[in-house]
Design a protein around this ligand. Structure first.
Ligand code: AMP
Length: 396
């Protein structure tokens, strides 16, 4: 079955076409047919909005010279990355009106993501009416969090009424890392206790106990936990309330500050991009250095905390844009963690850029790995698994 995966962000659409089935996935023989990225949506004339971006993605797939498809009708299913599924979705689902309503109800909890995910869905539904559309949620993997990890210290009735709790995000990425780590070792995910670090523009960490997520640094929204590109991560709620009062900020304006003007960008005043910050930090820019220090310190603390949560971890895994490509950041994070048995091999760390590699020293008792994430592959596999559950007779 040919599955198109769409991952629609605020100004970009990532797409990947994969030939897969439950059997091919089980044998690790899914076939990547095409992938691409359309970015700067809204900034350049030929992609004014998501509909145009999806149209361009589809046009590239059917390009007479380089396209992977002769006709769009060859696409059997579309797997949509949906960031927030709340408490409703523990696994991928076929999208119908009721599912759409539930996703829309979660939109205030992921204002940077869900609206764009939904825009991409509506555009592709119009353009690919024959295909079956499946939603795969970032929150689903974290449905196994125990109450002690997801309960906030707020009045119980209020929290229950408004579903105020930790949901956790980047679940597809964390799950991929756990599955891939097990696959590399020829074992089942149930064999391992892992701390996974998804460090991209959005950042989160996950404690994975024998294949199940037991804690995640992201919480109710995609704002908490680690410092991120432009998002604050955890900040004492008292400081936020005071700031709102002193500056007369509305909740909407405060949300904008916390999501778009904080994090690495907010501290450095320079950039949300770790490459830029590393360059300026080397050149002596004090606030770039401070931003990176705060970033690494947060990751260290979570590694320590999740090591404790798991009763000792077998491995720490770095992934996503920063985790896969920034040896300096990995070194700064791991250096103070020798007491936990975490030690890097400097040469291997320097070599591991965008590739799968064990970067730990020979005497490390906790292994450290770099594993490039592949959310699109897992979304394609989840899509076919979902379809084989809901309509097994209809698979090709
Ligand atoms: P992602 O959201 O996974 O695409 O990650 C994007 C982020 O990864 C960028 O904002 C950069 O901060 C970071 N990044 C990408 N490439 C590098 C690199 N070579 N060195 C350091 N950071 C990088």
């Amino acid at each position: 079955m040919k599955v198109l995966v769409l991952n629609c962000g605020s100004s970009s659409v990532k797409f990947q076409l994969t030939e897969t089935s439950p059997e091919l996935a089980a044998a690790g023989q899914d076939r990547l047919l095409a992938r691409g990225l359309i970015d700067r949506i809204g900034e350049i004339a030929f992609v004014p909005d998501h509909e145009h971006a999806v149209r361009r993605a589809l046009a590239s797939l059917t390009d007479p010279q380089h396209g992977a498809l002769a006709r769009l009708e060859e696409i059997d299913a579309v797997g949509h990355r949906m960031v927030h599924g709340g408490e409703s979705f523990g696994e991928a689902v076929l999208i119908d009106d009721a599912v759409l309503n539930s996703i829309e109800a979660c939109t205030p909890l992921a204002p940077l993501h869900n609206p764009h995910n939904l825009t991409g869905y509506h555009a592709s539904r119009r353009l690919l009416p024959h295909a079956r559309h499946v939603a795969v949620f970032d929150t689903a993997f974290h449905h196994t969090l125990p109450p002690k990890a997801y309960t906030f210290g707020l009045p119980f009735q209020l929290a229950a009424r408004y579903r105020l709790r930790r949901f956790g995000f980047h679940g597809t990425s964390h799950r991929y890392l756990a599955l891939r780590f097990a696959e590399i070792h020829g074992s089942a995910p149930e064999e391992f206790r892992l701390v996974t670090c998804h460090l991209g523009n959005g950042c989160s960490m996950c404690a994975i106990e024998r294949g199940r997520s037991v804690d995640c640094s992201l919480g109710f929204t995609t704002m908490g936990g680690l410092l991120m590109g432009t998002r604050s991560g955890d900040v004492d709620a008292g400081a936020i309330l005071q700031l709102m009062s002193w500056q007369g900020l509305s909740p909407e304006r405060m949300q904008e500050v916390l999501y778009k003007e904080s994090g690495l960008y907010g501290i450095s005043g320079l950039s949300n991009d770790v490459r830029t910050l590393l360059e300026h930090s080397r050149a002596g820019h004090e606030r770039a250095r401070l931003a990176l220090e705060v970033f690494c310190y947060g990751i260290q603390k979570y590694i320590g905390a999740y090591h404790a949560v798991l009763g000792g971890a077998d491995a720490v895994i770095f992934s996503a844009g920063i985790g896969e490509n920034a040896p300096e950041i990995r070194a700064a994070v791991c250096e103070p963690l020798a007491g936990l048995g975490i030690r890097l091999d400097p040469a291997r760390n320097a070599q591991a850029i965008g590739v799968e590699m064990d970067i730990s020293a020979a005497d490390a008792t906790v292994r450290v790995w770099v594993i490039p994430t592949n959310e699109e592959l897992l979304i394609a596999r989840d899509t076919v698994h979902c379809l084989s559950r809901v309509a097994p007779w209809h698979n090709s």
